[in-house]
Design a protein around this ligand. Sequence first.
Ligand code: GLA
Length: 387
Amino acid sequence: MKEVVLQKFAEVYGDTEGAQVYFAPGRVNMIGEHTDYNGGHVFPCALTIGTYGAARKRQDRKLRFYSMNFEHLGVLESSLDALRPDPQADWTNYPKGVIWAFGEKGMEVPVGMDILLNGNIPNGSGLSSSASVEVLTGFILRDLFGFEVSNQDLALIGQYSENHFNGVNCGIMDQFAIAMGKEGHAIFLDTADLSYEYAPIRLENAKIVIACSNKKRGLGDSKYNERRSECETALAELQKECHINSLGELSGEEFEKARGSIESETRRRRAKHAVYENQRTIQAVQALKNNDVAAFGQLMNASHVSLRDDYEVTGIELDTLVEEAWKVEGVIGSRMTGAGFGGCTVSIVKDEAIDAFTARVGAAYRDKVGYAADFYVVEIGDGPRRL
Ligand code: GLA
């Protein structure tokens, strides 16, 4: 891939003088969905697929961007003096946002850059291609300009730029999973204080399979922000009765006692999801430590039911993929992953069942939804690096 990226870099920008090549992964969340902005736990892992990028410094203040995933857009130009979100700037709003965020944190990027990206995360799949671009950009800035930031800082800066430059009120999970990824491990992260632990994922005779619904998120971002504010209102209502800083601090039992103080039935269901999903995530990691992959799978399934019925972020596409998966023998667990409203599902599938899984779920999906889903057997990989 390094050669492919450098060759294109030379074609687009004339030569490769001074260019370095980098990689940042995508991520999949195993369990702990819509808990990261509620002070709860998440359990994502970085993937071996992700975003490759070549970059070099320029003498002037110009920024030039090219993506091999959006070749029709050609070279998109900007400048260090024009770091504002701009619909015309398309995907380059992500790297521009990170350059802007470094400036906001007192790390002014001194000169412009030529950047070329090539990602192998399916676009709009919900495997965090945008967070991957953000962390990659931060990594490039650190490497080219020597800024003193840790990988955890790269995650926080990526989230900051997504919140304040791109207008999506996302939590820390995606950027953290990508910046801190470790081969063969998922990250058990407490989003209340960013303490974390790596947990080995040992799936003897089984694999992680992603099913991509090919439904683009579209309205998803505004729905995402809506869920977030519903949780904030529910928390404020609960705080009249309990001394808590986040929904993640409540056990199921404590929630049941206090739930009456939430005035709307919808918000009660949203908060219920956040509380119980956090508990499920803690239990799931424990199950894994006990080598009880079957229990882990059951918790994944329960997570999906809660996201479907209480949090209402699934839709016919994700529900079909998951409900059909549950019918296939050899599927240990299956759920939607990421923000929802489209995107993809994650399943743990026994090796001998993978062919039947993709055939049966794929056919049922096409029948019901009218177009094809895509399937990927994925591996858990490391965080960002220079190649
Ligand atoms: C998106 C956000 C994350 C997280 C998930 C839902 O991926 O970027 O911060 O909230 O949705 O778990």
